[in-house]
Design a protein around this ligand. Structure first.
Ligand code: G6P
Length: 612
């Protein structure tokens, strides 16, 4: 989705802006542009295509300004083109604006502005914003220091939808204004300079100190200062938060792709997500502070998320129900938010989002709060929107995840959810203590076991070479293996564009088996000892019908007649998905690579989906 970068300081803004945009390329985009305040005018350079094209635009090297805004656009209103690229300016070229999000009432605003004499050069929803600001600016007869800010504020009160905005004005060449509503934006504090980004990794190499804006808070920046205002334009105080992420996390570090690097970072991500939570005799989540009395009032747990994060929820349903004896529903955020879910103060709701910025997940969380349910946000990004909305926030420590296809965030999410389940179970005292002890021991053994899988990937590479030209694949499993099959299938379709389905092995007979024919590939995961025999029968059924089969297992399946078996280390069934997903991630990766596709930036997908 769209990305935003901004700079105000003493250095030439252009290289910083373009470098920041390059770091945001992984979010997906189709056009790029910058606007810099030069001596007596705002210079805009933009075009469709890659960020690197900006370097070739006429006059870009001549820009000397030290205050500028930048954007990568992912087309919503109007096709990718130079005219539709951001930044956009008003009719008098006083203001330049970049915008992430969608202005839902842009048609009405455009008509109103047209009646007032404004004209438009693009088909975007964004172009109404600089003109609306221009309108309010010209209406204002005062000439005080807040005049530009007031115009921006007045314009924003008319906007419906979501927005993160950066605004520069030729009348105030030493300032910049930013504001957000339901779209991410952070301010990085430097020394005599300030940075803006829609995503922390874009500016992580410049600063680790960040200000986080809430909805409808306005930041008024100069190189040495950031002032914050509410909608009444009363000044408000804010402190920076420090981000521990290493800027190297946002670089490839010798790996061919971010995805491969992130797959290999999983032992560390899991270890850091467990952190010190398992060092005490009981699992600790001081930030939750749940009591037995409170947990005994809970009659349902809802886990809500999108994409891979939702799959992490499906894996953990099993462990919550087993250990806490509370029914768990896992829901897709975009469904949950519109179906009037049956929740109240006796429901515990958990929202998972790597980025913490997924629009549907945030909206689902807001709904749960309205219905008085307790809300926990699980995110990988400190200060992300979801963490500021939730009653409690818990972080995974996967470090920046850049590849669109999520890997280390997923395994970290399953890890943290397992820890939360154990934490609640220990308070509730309903679970078998020996079981809990085994799980804790197994959690600590995870990093070494993931390493073991990653040591030899030759069998997966070989299988990828064999099947990369296929058109259809099925991922099968029972119980937690079914949950991991859903994620394995999603990984494959995301980055290889091969049609695939994750299916419960036992359900195959009720329809999909009709599709199994010579040449179809089936990837089966078998880690639940109790279900081994049943799973084997299901696989035999597809082999009989001509499928090529890959089996991922921690059981002894020698002599069962399977052609390719990948053995993974044994571990408690409840957390086996953290291991069994690794070969599936690698399979998707090697197939995508074999096909020569853009592994890290698959077509049509965005790393974080900040619009509905
Ligand atoms: C997008 C990404 C997926 C991700 C999903 C949820 O679809 O491409 O990889 O799983 O959003 O993202 P979140 O940041 O909320 O976990």
């Amino acid at each position: 989705m769209c990305g935003i970068v901004g700079y105000i300081g003493n250095k030439k803004a252009t290289p910083i802006l373009i470098q920041g945009l390059t770091r945001l390329e992984y979010r997906g985009y189709d056009s790029a542009g910058i606007a810099v305040i030069e001596k007596d005018k705002i210079e805009v350079k933009k075009d469709k295509g890659r960020v690197s094209n900006l370097y070739n635009l006429d006059g870009i090297d001549d820009l000397k300004g030290t205050c500028g805004i930048a954007h990568t656009r992912w087309a919503t209103h109007g096709k990718p083109s130079k005219e539709n690229s951001h930044p956009h300016m008003d009719n008098d070229n006083l203001f330049a604006v970049v915008h992430n999000g969608i202005i839902e009432n842009y048609n009405e605003l455009r008509n109103e502005l047209t009646e007032k004499g404004y004209h438009f050069l693009s088909q975007t929803d964004t172009e109404v914003i600089p003109n609306l600001i221009n309108y309010y600016y010209k209406q204002d007869k005062e000439n005080d220091t807040l005049k530009v800010l007031r115009a921006v504020r007045n314009a924003c009160t008319e906007l419906k939808g979501s927005f993160a905005l950066e605004i520069i004005c030729i009348k105030e060449p030493e300032n910049m204004i930013v504001v957000r509503k339901d779209s991410p934006l952070v301010i990085g504090k430097g020394n005599g300079e300030n940075y803006i980004a829609s995503d922390i990794p874009a500016i992580l190499s410049y600063t680790k100190d960040f200000y986080f804006l809430n909805d409808y808070e306005f930041a008024y920046l100069s190189k040495n200062n950031v002032k914050f205002y509410d909608t009444e334009l009363n000044e408000i105080k804010k402190n920076t938060k420090s981000i521990e992420w290493d800027s190297k996390g946002a670089e490839k570090g010798g790996f061919e792709h971010f995805m491969l690097k992130e797959i290999y970072e999983q032992p560390r991500a899991i270890r850091e997500t467990i952190g010190t939570r398992l060092n005490s005799s009981k699992v600790s989540f001081e930030e939750l502070g749940f009591t037995k009395e409170y947990l005994e009032t809970i009659n349902k747990i809802y886990i809500v998320a999108c994409g891979t994060a939702m799959h992490a929820g499906i894996v953990s349903k099993n462990i919550f129900e087993k250990l806490c004896k509370i029914p768990v529903e896992v829901d897709i955020a975009s469904e949950f938010r519109y179906r009037d879910p049956l929740i109240d103060e006796k429901t515990l709701t958990i929202f998972i989002s790597q980025s913490g910025e997924t629009a549907d997940t945030i909206a689902a969380l807001k709904l749960a709060k309205e219905k008085k349910a307790k809300t926990i946000a699980i995110s990988n990004v400190i200060g992300s929107s979801i963490t500021r909305e939730a009653d409690y926030s818990i972080y995974t420590h996967a470090g920046p995840e850049i590849a669109v296809a999520s890997t280390k965030a997923y395994t970290s999410q399953v890890t943290i959810l397992t820890l939360i389940a154990i934490y609640c179970a220990e308070i509730l005292e309903k679970a078998d203590l020996a079981k809990i002890e085994t799980l804790k021991k197994d959690l600590l053994s995870l990093p070494a076991k993931v390493d073991e899988i990653l040591k030899d990937t030759s069998a997966i590479k070989k299988f990828a070479k064999r099947v990369y030209k296929e058109k259809d694949m099925f991922f099968l499993g029972r119980g937690v293996d079914y949950a991991v099959s859903l994620e394995g299938s999603l990984k494959l379709k995301e980055i290889s564009y091969i049609h695939s389905e994750g299916y419960a092995s036992g359900e195959l007979k009720h329809g999909p088996i009709a599709l199994i024919d010579t040449g179809v590939t089936v990837v089966a995961t078998i880690t639940d000892e109790a279900l081994v025999e049943k799973s084997i029968s299901n696989i035999q059924e597809v082999i009989t019908r001509g499928a090529k089969v890959l089996v991922i297992t921690n059981q002894n399946l020698e002599n069962k007649g399977f052609e390719t078996v990948i053995n993974i280390p044994k571990i408690s069934t409840e957390i086996s998905p953290i291991l069994s997903i690794i070969p599936l991630q690698l399979l998707a990766y090697y197939i995508s690579k074999e096909k020569g596709l853009d592994v890290d930036k698959p077509r049509n997908l965005a790393k974080s989906v900040t619009v509905e």
